[in-house]
Design a protein around this ligand. Sequence first.
Ligand code: PDD
Length: 314
Amino acid sequence: MKRNGWYKCINILIHEEKLNSAQPSGLVKKTYPAEVYLNGKWLAHNEAYISVFDRGFMFGDGIYEVIPFYKGIAFGLQRHLNRLSYCLNEIEIDLDVNTLREVITEAVSRAGIEDKDGAVYIQVSRGVAPRTHYFPQDAIPTVLLYGYPVQLEGFEKKQASVLVSKDLRWHRCDIKSTSLMANVRANNKAHAMGLDENTLVRKGFFTEGSHSSIFFVKFDKIYTHPEGPHILSGITRKIVTEMCRELNIKVVEKAVHIDELVEVDEIFLTGTTTQILSVKSMFRKEEDIYNSPKKGKITAKLQEAFIELTRNSS
Ligand code: PDD
């Protein structure tokens, strides 16, 4: 069901719905991990420090990765390591990601999530050097890594309400850079309105969310922005497109224009901790531009296949 119209009381409406709904997928109460791995040492989180001249701090000159663990078992580890390696290569940081494998395993046990759902966060910056815009020659990369629990169950029972905003990011969104100013601003805008995500539009076309990939279902076909410099090459996005092929669901890697929303039957977001999240409504400024209170059948089918893959295939 689709509806167009103005909601003057958008905040009140959404707030009421939020009070009645469960916590969005991927979220648990945010706390610091007890221990973090920093440059070869495991340290209490409040004893781990970096230099003020770390280029990650000064320039956001670094990249990161998030790897999910289902009941302590990594999902898509090699794909995440490959993307980390691609990003390191793109920003010319010399680090063999295979050296992190053992540390990743240790992060899971140190975080006490060997049999729980969680994630490992990895961040690599160019390291410490006197401030110059060009890359310093001899800086040693700063490596930060830690595990933490994540609520990964129950995502299929949730539905998201999202904002639509202009995509103000740079033209290398394929690099998972720690310079996330445009993403955090976009996400914060949605959060302040009681919404779950901000979905971004470049020249009229949906690219992705502030921290998720986006898919549209139209006449039983799935549309998503093609890979390239304007989106992150999402691991979950890729897994979903592979699942579609197995389920005989046609995937078209073509960006959807905001004016095409009237033809859209289902929308869902994907991501490492988001997994596959059904979108029930989209707001632009204060206008309700998409509304589908019931989860679509293709979204449900993919969620079911995703649960099977993440929970029962290892
Ligand atoms: N975010 N697009 C953006 C901009 C993202 O930041 C993310 C993930 C995705 C989904 O990618 P993947 O399926 O590989 O997680 C798409 C991560 C999890 C984060 O920033 O925490």
